[in-house]
Design a protein around this ligand. Structure first.
Ligand code: NAD
Ligand code: TYD
Length: 347
């Protein structure tokens, strides 16, 4: 069995690739390496000669039907896990073009390829944001979707297509809707890595509006274990919420970071609120829990170990924050790509 992981050089996809390679499964990553894709996220695999035989990397776009088809045929792909997406709400508010291209058209391309090539499982990685905001209580999988920003609308569009391909073409699709992830290797434009690294550098932490918006936080490794669990135990045509039940206001999490890093609250700067800002996300994950999945990482441990990771991996995020990342790709990309392309499964 070969598993195609799209967006596997990004935050969650790279953790999932590491998990599957650790399990000695054959993994092919297809990633366009946008600003958010980072080959260093895969170093744990590519720098380990015991893991390399299970791994192959292709740089490319999930919208490229010819390429996707070639990979699926040549690598004998039986499972697709689609993480590839443009994923940052603020960017989607500025310009949603690439969100519609990748999240909607890209998912369509993968579904078409899965249909034509008898793929045995297709996990569509989605988000709790497709439900929109909820003042009290928690959304269940059967609730109506009401996405309220271009990012979540593009993810909802992808879900609609995925579901249609199950109903119409029997592509064995499972939809995984997780809440906000946190952990190592998250691009420092999202709340946690941005605030941790800003605080480390004594820079201001820009809290949108009153900071009382609520998000539900899940450690990335717990999300990956849930997705892996669904590969085995999920039912095609079904959707599953994934969360560990760690709801927290943005200002609470900001204070937690400052306390942990022993930095003053004067670093907090309330700035103009995000337009269309969803006030609260909350999902009921009793469906997946009833099948036997449970998270392993407590919020307290997860936040502490995540902060520690950003402290010990300053090189990783500093390159990104100083723009070195782009220079690095310019200079070293060709060489790394050639090297990665020559990593053949089983050789
Ligand atoms: P990310 O932005 O860190 O990574 C996305 C990856 O996709 C990058 O490596 C990028 O290069 C790649 N990519 C983008 N466009 C592509 C294209 N056209 N073809 C191939 N590759 C492309 O995102 P993430 O935070 O790891 O999120 C992964 C998935 O999980 C996304 O689908 C996102 O919607 C979903 N999700 C994320 C969260 C979260 O808190 N981060 C929560 C719920 C769901
Ligand atoms: P983010 O990490 O962008 O995830 P999402 O919008 O997908 O939930 O933001 C998490 C929360 O933090 C969200 O309510 C917006 C808020 N936020 C800030 O207050 N300041 C920031 O600089 C960022 C990036 C986010």
């Amino acid at each position: 069995m070969t598993i195609l992981i799209t967006g596997g050089a990004g935050f969650i996809g790279s953790h999932f690739a590491r998990l599957k390679v650790k399990q000695q499964e054959k993994v092919v990553v297809l990633d366009k390496l946008t600003y958010a894709g980072n080959l260093e996220n895969l170093d744990e695999i590519t720098k380990d000669s015991n893991k390399l035989p299970y791994f192959k990397f292709h740089k490319g776009d999930i919208c490229n039907k010819h390429l996707v088809e070639k990979i699926v045929k040549e690598e004998d792909v039986s499972v697709i896990v689609n993480f590839a997406a443009d994923s940052h709400v603020d960017r989607s508010i500025m310009n949603a073009d690439s969100f519609i291209d990748t999240d909607v058209k890209g998912t369509y391309t993968l579904l078409e390829t899965a249909k034509e090539n008898n793929v045995k499982r297709f996990i569509q990685i989605s988000t709790d944001e497709v439900y929109g905001s909820i003042a009290s209580g928690s959304f269940k999988e059967s609730d109506v979707l009401y996405p309220r920003n271009p990012y979540s609308a593009s993810k909802a569009g992808a879900e609609m297509l995925a579901n249609a391909y199950w109903v119409t073409h029997k592509v064995p699709v499972i939809i995984a809707r997780s809440c906000n992830n946190y952990g190592p290797n998250q691009y420092p434009e999202k709340l946690l890595p941005l605030f941790i690294t800003n605080a480390m550098e004594d820079k201001e932490l820009p809290v949108y509006g009153d900071g009382k918006q609520i998000r539900d936080w899940l450690h990335v490794e717990d999300n990956c274990s849930a997705i892996d669990f669904l590969l085995e135990n999920g039912k095609p045509g079904e959707t599953y919420n994934i969360s560990a039940g760690n709801e927290c206001t943005n200002i609470e999490i900001t204070n937690l970071i400052l306390n942990e890093l022993k930095k003053p609250s004067s670093l907090i700067k309330h700035v103009k609120d995000r337009v269309g800002h969803d006030r609260r996300y909350s999902i009921d994950c009793s469906k997946i829990r009833s099948l036997g999945w449970e998270p392993n990482i407590t919020f307290e441990d997860g936040i502490k170990s995540t902060i520690k990771w950003y402290i010990t991996n300053k090189d990783w995020w500093n390159k990104i924050k100083t723009g070195e990342f782009l220079k690095y790709y310019g200079k070293q990309y060709e060489e790394r790509e050639t090297k990665l392309s020559s990593y053949c499964l089983g050789s």
